[in-house]
Ligand binder design. Structure first.
Ligand SMILES: C[S@@+](CC[C@H](N)C(=O)[O-])C[C@H]1O[C@@H](n2cnc3c(N)ncnc32)[C@H](O)[C@@H]1O
Ligand code: SF4
Ligand code: SF4
Length: 337
C-alpha cells in the first residue's frame, strides 16, 4: 500500500525492538465511546452505558501519554466513533502525532466525510455480509446501504479497507465479500469473531471455519486485496487445527477505554475493562512491571490486531515489509478494530 513515510517506518522498527529489550507498545487502540447506532448480535459494546466521555483536552492528554509511552499508531473505534460530534477535532490532533486510523460501521460516513477525510491515514468500514445478511447481523435495516454509500463517498479521499468479522452466520459469504471489495475498489481485512460473555455467541464452528480460511488464504496468494498476511491464516490453522501455538505478544498493543483507562493484558481477556488512567502512569514502567508471560501461549482469540504484530520476526525481511510497512494499518481494527 505504500502508506507509511520512511521516517514512520524507522521509528516503528526502533519501537518494536524496544529499548534494551524493554517492552514498548507500538500500537494503540482507543474506544471513543461505547454508544452505537447499530446493535450487532456478536458485539458487547453497544449494550454498555457510557460514563462521562473524554473532552477534547483529555483526548489530547491521552495522546501525549501514549506518545511518551512509545506509541506510533493510534486507531479509533468504539461504539461508533462517528457519533462523536468532535470526531474531526480528535482525529486532527491524533494525525499531528500518530499514524491515525479509524473503524466505523459507515452509516454516518457520507454525512461526516468532510470532518474526517483530511485527518486519517487509513479507514476501515465494517461489512459482515451482502445486503440483508449484513443488516440482520447488524440489527438495523439500511446498515448495508449506508455502509456502501459511505465507502463509495470516502474511497477516493482516504486509503481504506472493508473490515469483516467472520461469524457462524456469514462464513459462507467470505468469498463474496472479497469480490465485493474488488468491485468497490478497496481492500478487505478479516477478523474472526470471539465470544464475549455479554454478547450473542457467534464465533464460527471450527470445521466450517477451516474451509473459509483456506479459501481466503488461496485468494490472498492469488493477489486479491486481502490485508491479512498469509502467515495470519497459517498461524490460525497451525494453532487451532494442528496444535502448534503462535506466541502472543499482547504488549505490542495498548488499549484505552472511553474513560481513558488502560486495558490489560489485552482487550479480549478482560472484555475491554480499563484500570489505570493512561495519563496518571508511566506507561513504560507499567508495561515492564506487568507479568505478560502467562499470555504468550494463550491463542484464545485470532484478532488480527494482536495476532499480526505477534507474528513479526526480525529475521525475515519480507515480514518487516509486509507487517510493518504494508500491513500495520490492519493491526488496530478489532479492530482495528
Ligand atoms: C466494536 S466495532 C467498533 C467500530 C464500529 N462500530 C464498527 O462496527 O466498525 C470494531 C470491530 O469489531 C468487530 N467486532 C464486533 N464484535 C466482535 C466479536 N465478537 N469478535 C470480533 N470482532 C468483533 C466489528 O465487526 C468491527 O469490525
Ligand atoms: S460492532 Fe460496531 S456497529 Fe456493531 S454494535 Fe458493535 S460498535 Fe456498533
Ligand atoms: S491470544 Fe488473544 S486473548 Fe489470548 S492473550 Fe493474545 S490477544 Fe489476548
Amino acid at each position: 500500500m505504500g502508506l507509511l513515510r520512511p521516517v514512520v517506518g524507522r521509528s516503528i522498527l526502533r519501537s518494536m525492538k524496544g529499548i534494551n529489550g524493554s517492552k514498548v507498545p507500538v500500537i494503540a487502540g482507543h474506544k471513543l465511546l461505547y454508544g452505537c447506532n447499530l446493535k450487532c448480535s456478536m458485539c458487547p459494546f453497544w449494550r454498555r452505558e457510557d460514563e462521562e466521555l473524554l473532552s477534547l483536552d483529555d483526548e489530547i492528554r491521552m495522546m501525549e501519554a501514549l506518545k511518551r509511552g512509545g506509541v506510533s499508531f493510534l486507531g479509533f473505534e468504539g461504539g461508533e466513533p462517528l457519533l462523536r460530534k468532535d470526531i474531526g477535532d480528535i482525529l486532527q490532533e491524533s494525525h499531528k502525532r500518530f499514524h491515525t486510523s479509524m473503524v466505523s460501521n459507515g452509516w454516518l460516513l457520507k454525512a461526516r466525510l468532510n470532518d474526517v477525510k483530511d485527518h486519517l491515514n487509513y479507514l476501515f468500514v465494517s461489512l459482515d455480509g451482502i445486503g440483508e445478511l449484513h443488516d440482520t447481523l447488524r440489527g438495523v435495516s439500511g446498515s448495508f446501504r449506508h455502509a456502501i454509500e459511505g465507502i463509495e463517498a470516502a474511497r477516493d479521499h482516504i486509503p481504506m479497507a472493508i473490515s469483516s468479522t467472520i461469524t457462524r452466520d456469514n462464513m459462507h459469504q467470505a468469498k463474496d465479500l472479497v469480490d465485493l471489495a474488488v468491485k468497490l475498489k478497496v481492500s478487505i481485512n478479516f477478523q474472526i469473531a470471539y465470544d464475549y460473555s455479554t454478547a450473542d455467541p457467534k464465533s464460527p464452528d471450527r470445521t466450517r471455519l477451516l474451509d473459509a480460511i483456506n479459501t481466503l488464504k488461496t485468494m490472498k496468494n492469488e493477489g486479491y486485496p486481502i490485508v491479512n498476511s498469509s502467515q495470519y491464516f497459517e498461524a490460525v490453522v497451525n494453532s487451532w487445527y494442528l496444535g502448534e501455538s503462535w506466541r502472543c505478544k499482547p504488549w505490542l498493543t495498548i488499549n484505552v477505554d472511553p474513560s481513558g483507562r488502560i486495558v490489560q493484558p489485552c482487550y479480549v481477556l478482560n472484555e475491554y475493562k480499563g484500570d489505570l488512567k493512561v495519563w496518571d502512569v508511566d506507561i513504560r514502567k507499567v508495561w515492564n512491571s506487568y507479568d505478560w508471560e502467562p499470555y504468550e501461549k494463550c491463542n484464545k482469540c485470532a484478532l488480527a490486531c494482536y495476532l499480526e504484530p505477534s507474528l513479526f520476526s526480525w529475521k525475515n525481511p519480507s515480514m518487516v515489509k509486509e507487517r510493518i510497512l504494508d500491513n500495520v494499518v490492519s493491526f488496530i481494527s478489532g479492530d482495528l478494530s
